[in-house]
Structure formats: C-alpha cells, structure tokens
Design a protein around this ligand. Sequence first.
Ligand SMILES: [Zn+2]
Ligand SMILES: [Zn+2]
Length: 324
Amino acid sequence: MILGQPGEPLRAAELAVPEPGPGQVRVRVKACAVCRTDLHVVDGELPGPKLPLVPGHEIVGVVEALGAGATRFAPGRRVGVPWLGWTCGECAWCRSGRENLCERARFTGHTLDGGYAEHALADERFCFPLPDAFDDVSAAPLMCAGLIGYRSLVKAGDARRLGLYGFGAAAHIVAQVARWQGREVYAFTRPGDTAAQGFARALGAAWAGGSDEPPPAALDAAILFAPVGALLPLALKAVTRGGTVVCGGIHMSDIPSFPYALLWEERTVCSVANLTRRDGEEFLALAPRVPVRTETQVFTLEQANEALERLRSGRLQGAAVLVP
Ligand SMILES: [Zn+2]
Ligand SMILES: [Zn+2]
C-alpha cells in the first residue's frame, strides 16, 4: 500500500520486488502491525516523509535475499524490522549510546519504505532476531508498541504506582511488563470507554477509569500514549511530588498552559524519541519471560485504510496487524 500524498488514503499498488543494496536484507513480510505513528505520517503531521511511501514499521518477515556484504542472517531466518532503520554511527549521539537521537537517522515507514507490502528492505544491522515464543502476528506489535513502550517504561524509573494514559497497543504491553515487575498499574482511557477499562483490568490494572477522573491514589509516574496534549496537565496533577510524566508518542496536539504549581515539587516532564538497538535487545529478551501476550486484530494488506480508521476512532482492542 502506498501513500501518494499526506491526507490521502493509501492506495493499492503493484510493487516490483526490490533488490537489496549493500548490507541490506530483503524480507518477505509475514505481518506488519499498525502504529499510531503511521496515522501521523498519513495525516501529514510528521515532517519530511519519503513520497511516495510504503508505511509500516512493525515488520515481521523472513529473510529471502541478501545484499552485498550482508552476512548476519541466513535466508529463511525470521527477523523483526523496527522504526529505527539506519543511523550514521559517527555523530555525538550515536557515539554516546543515544542513536535514537542521531540527526541523520532514517526511519522505516517514514523516510524509508516500510512493511505495508509483500516485501521490505532493511539494513541487517537494525533488524532483530525474534523469540520463537511469538508467532508472526503476535510478534509484530512488539516491534514498536513493545520497544518504544519499554523505553517509556524505563524513563518512568522505579515508579511503583504507574499511570498509563491511552490504553492501546503500547499500554497493553507495558501494563503486562509493569505488573511482572511488581508495579501497580492505573489505566486511563477515553471517558466512558468501559470496554478498554475492562481490558486494562483483565491485564492486571489495579484501577481503570476515564482520563477525566482522578486516580484513587497519587501516582509515582505516568506515561502518555494518547496523542492528546490536554492530558499532560491532568497527568501532572495525578503524580506525586518528585514524579515523572513521560510522553511516549512522536506527536501530540498542543499542550495547554498550566499553573507552575503542577510542575513544582520536582515533577519532571520528558519525551521519548525513537529507540536504540539496545532497547530492542533488552525488551525482546524480557518479553518471553513475562510472558507478554499481545492482543491483535488481523486485517489484510488491502484493509490498511480501515485498520487506520479504527485506530483513529479507538475501535480497536490491542493492536491491528496487517497480513499480506
Ligand atoms: Zn548519528
Ligand atoms: Zn510505532
């Protein structure tokens, strides 16, 4: 599926089978999960997409061809391809363990073609071997909802009472990891979304309610997965002194002004940008131990626009996954 121009629906296209360049692998796509970032790309909310573009950055596929010098994965090997598609390896960020901030980074399904297709190319250095415990569809949401959710959870520090705003693909994974780590999870959904609240409780949340409700106890940290800037002051109000609010998404509507008293007492606000390969290695080692169980809804490739619309309107439980 191809994005011709932001703001237009994706259109089906017959794509030539791409030839892998030096250091690249070509994978036959088995599954590609749908991320909220894909909606931001399709809606034109992220600057600088490659156009036309094949979206999708939560790819599970099987290596079927190797470019010159590619030796890491044998043909037939299953790999995951994440959002971080390439980094320069030379800049100050890359050399200090923060390749997620590389100024020249390229991103799968944004500045590189992604996985809403039968085939995808990827730099072998940025692919992950996947644990056998997950089938193709179950593994796909790990590649972003899981990885970047995990990075957000690490940013929340050792918070015991953890709030999650927006209980979609990322939160449903993070909730399981957080519970396994012995934390208490407080889930905030769209007001009145009793289905999502029930889903959160079934995954072990101590409390679930609308984002307009105060939690029954002060939180030590909160992670915002919903792209709604107005939630930030609410989350600050819900965290105790010294607490942290982590913004886990790549884009958010504007944050309204709020009194300094909400930030006072050493509360912290931070964002999470992209991922490092180390995040991926840590999370993929952890996920089978929890074990994380992903809730998925499968769509065909041709149903990509419908999957995106369901994500937009909140009519999804867990993650949408496209299967070619
Ligand atoms: Zn760099
Ligand atoms: Zn994503």
